[in-house]
Design a protein around this ligand. Structure first.
Ligand SMILES: [Zn+2]
Length: 51
């Protein structure tokens, strides 16, 4: 299964893992499956790829 190109949006809880902002490359780590993706703390973007 390939996750390449899959996008994740802020405000959702896509699960524990490492996510990378599609605009600036900022890394956001979710520690639990309940954590919500924030808007990017650096550029305010709402889309991420899983890293
Ligand atoms: Zn960003």
């Amino acid at each position: 299964m390939s996750l390449f190109g899959e996008k994740f949006k802020s405000g959702t809880a896509p699960g524990k893992g490492t996510y990378k902002c599609t605009r600036c490359g900022k890394i956001v780590v979710l520690e639990t499956d309940e954590d919500l993706l924030p808007t990017c703390p650096k550029c305010g973007n709402e889309n991420y790829h899983r890293k």
